[in-house]
Design a protein around this ligand. Structure first.
Ligand SMILES: *Cc1c(COP(=O)(O)O)cnc(C)c1O
Length: 402
């Protein structure tokens, strides 16, 4: 059955999903296949597969140009990139991070015996609350990592002022924020450095990959050494390093994705506006708002469900959608502070993170990207509308199902 007129018809009861095909959050955006294959052939003809190859160098130049930053260093993924920048900046002791982020953000600190100090967010922006950050500073604090969650910029000016005043390093995890701007400048140019993820599920992908961008010449040179075992010449190792190199295959995918970037944004924006229109006026369901005056990749369709209004909880709504083959997802649930190994180390963290806990219990994200059509969105929104307008009744029926 295609259209749902009453809750009895939902797949959670009938077992018949509206979509035969599963609709995923984070299905990769893929550029021109022929261009990618041409580049693959070039790589094989050249027999240069990795180690700062031609495509990696080209990708770094293109990204630096796009962002308007002096240095872009491509890497194998964002987690290793974060670890390397953290080391390059000389961070030690404690570093303040949000808990409402992907677990790689605190892991990149704890992996090298630096304590991630979880800080609460501003419930309106979903990003670090600068006032709370200042309260978390101790004599052991050496830096702050802001995360531009959903590609919406952190409180960049406030955090920059705070870091300067307190003598701290400032790094941004920009994993979500490729091709997004803040006050007209591209994200990637703020703080001491920023780190992007080009993982398959991100807006712009290189299969796996990431990059550091910075205007600091010395830091850039150091990061280049560190991501290549510390090699400064053929037999000359200057530094303790690791292996953070990007392969030519990944760079070929990146160059191909860059050529398709405007198209990805157009589709994501079209989908976002379609969701906005289809969910308009639905009480208890708030769609995340993107700025109309900034550049934005619209990669995340984010809803906040207020159960006191809808009668149906976020988790039950996700169950209803999953039965329909719409694989909506909770995000950053239950918060990094609630995951091992952090949970038992910071048993009191919850008390300091009320906004994080509240948000992690309400937020969900819906499928978008180049594999999702306006017709898919109409059907998804019809199911959400039906579920929410009959929330209390639906909850009762779901409960009695056992
Ligand atoms: C995806 C992501 C990462 C990790 O990126 P990888 O490239 O997969 O290592 C880090 N931080 C955030 C906020 C992310 O979403």
């Amino acid at each position: 059955m295609d259209v749902r007129n009453n809750i009895e018809e939902l797949a959670v009861f009938t077992g018949e999903p509206f979509s035969a095909e599963k609709l995923f959050v984070g299905r990769p955006n893929i550029g021109n296949r022929d261009r990618f294959m041409e580049r693959m052939n070039d790589i094989l003809d050249r027999r240069w597969l990795t180690n700062n190859g031609q495509y990696v160098q080209e990708l770094e130049c293109r990204i630096a140009e796009l962002i308007g930053v002096k240095h872009c260093i491509a890497m194998c993924n964002a987690t290793i990139a974060l670890e390397i920048v953290i080391r390059g900046l000389g961070l030690t002791g404690e570093v303040i991070v949000p808990s409402f982020t992907f677990v790689a953000t605190p892991h990149s600190l704890q992996w090298q015996q630096i304590t991630p100090v979880f800080c609460d967010i501003d419930p309106r922006t979903h990003n670090l609350d600068p006032q709370r950050v200042e309260e978390m500073i101790t004599p052991r604090t050496t830096g702050i990592i802001g995360v531009h969650v959903w590609g919406r910029p952190c409180a960049v000016e406030e955090l920059t002022e705070l870091a300067e005043r307190r003598g701290l390093k400032l790094l941004f995890d920009a994993a979500h924020a490729f091709a997004c701007s803040h006050n007209g400048s591209m994200i990637g140019s703020f703080g001491d450095a920023e780190v992007f993820s080009f993982h398959a599920t991100k807006f712009f992908n290189t299969f796996e990959g990431g990059a550091v961008t910075t205007n600091n010449d010395e830091l850039a040179a150091q990061i280049r050494l560190m991501k290549n075992f510390g090699f400064a010449g053929y037999d000359n190792v200057d530094y303790i390093g690791t292996n953070g190199k990007m392969t030519e295959v990944s760079a070929a995918m990146g160059l191909t994705s860059l050529e398709a970037l405007d198209g990805f944004i157009d589709v994501n924006r079209r989908n976002y506006l379609h969701y906005r229109q289809a969910l308009a006026g639905l009480s208890g369901v708030r769609l995340l708002v993107y700025s109309e005056t900034e550049k934005c990749n619209y990669q995340y369709i984010v809803l906040e469900i207020d159960e006191t209004v809808t009668g149906i909880g976020r988790d039950q709504l996700i169950d209803v959608l999953h039965a329909e083959n719409v694989l909506a997802r909770r995000y950053f649930y239950p918060g990094c502070h609630q995951m091992e190994p952090y949970r038992s180390h910071f048993p009191h963290a919850r008390l300091l993170l009320p906004n994080t806990e509240q948000l992690a219990s309400r937020v969900m994200s819906l499928p978008t990207g180049t594999s999702v059509t306006p017709d898919n969105i109409d059907k998804i929104c019809a199911i959400i509308r039906l579920s929410v307008t009959h929330g209390a009744e639906l909850m009762k029926r779901l409960d009695s199902r056992g």
